[in-house]
Write a protein that binds this ligand. Structure first.
Ligand code: AR6
Length: 180
């Protein structure tokens, strides 16, 4: 585990479903109806109420699915967190289809959704770097820039935790982020 940005950023490896942050972020897909990876882990550890709320959001707000880069909040069921922020990262198509901007939007809109729920702490997984194939090194640069800008802008979230699933992803982030 490493603490950066004057204590406002914690970088660690582990299972995000165990995080006690006010909000944890789910790397979902546009259907909001679950999937594999971290999405599957969050729904299976959190129980069926999260999926029920996702279905209601689909019905009322996003009948065609949650667009990539956007974020919505649900409660967190049986998880130790209070809220789950569901966001959709970009699928990596080589880098010329706005993938970097969409990834930045996913992080920024997740922070905003957590602020709207009054959260002070939030934990993120490495959005898009699994099934969606986003290069981890480039994601590290984008995520560190977004967070640096967020902290400089005096955002209301006091602590952000980045949870990597495995030591090697954790080390890739630290090697390629521009943070101190
Ligand atoms: N805790 C923290 N990180 C995790 C966990 C966990 N329990 N499980 C996996 N990861 P992915 P994506 C890491 O594929 O690339 C789903 O099916 C994983 O090692 O979960 O955004 C959705 O429904 C990787 O580094 O998300 C979508 O269809 C990171 O989380 C699609 O996958 C993200 O990997 C989204 O793809």
């Amino acid at each position: 585990m490493k603490t950066l940005m004057d204590g406002r950023l914690i970088v660690k490896s582990g299972d995000i479903t165990k995080e006690k942050a006010d909000a944890i972020v789910n790397a979902a897909n546009s259907t909001l109806l679950g999937g594999g990876g971290v999405d599957g882990a969050i729904h299976s550890a959190g129980g069926p109420s999260i999926l029920e709320e996702c279905r209601a959001i689909r019905k009322k707000v996003y009948p065609n699915g949650l667009p990539a880069g956007e974020a919505v909040a649900t409660s967190a069921g049986e998880l130790p967190a209070r809220f789950v922020i569901h966001t959709v990262g970009p699928v990596w198509h080589g880098g010329n289809q706005n993938e970097p901007e969409i990834l930045a939007n996913a992080y920024q809109n997740s922070l905003r959704a957590a602020e709207e729920k009054g959260c002070a702490t939030i934990a993120f997984p490495a959005i898009s770097t699994g099934v969606y194939g986003f290069p981890r090194e480039l994601a590290a640069k984008i995520v560190s820039r977004v967070l640096m800008e967020y902290f400089l802008s005096d955002g209301k979230i006091s602590t952000v935790t980045l949870v990597f699933y495995g030591k090697s992803d954790y080390e890739i982030f630290l090697a390629h982020s521009d943070l101190e």
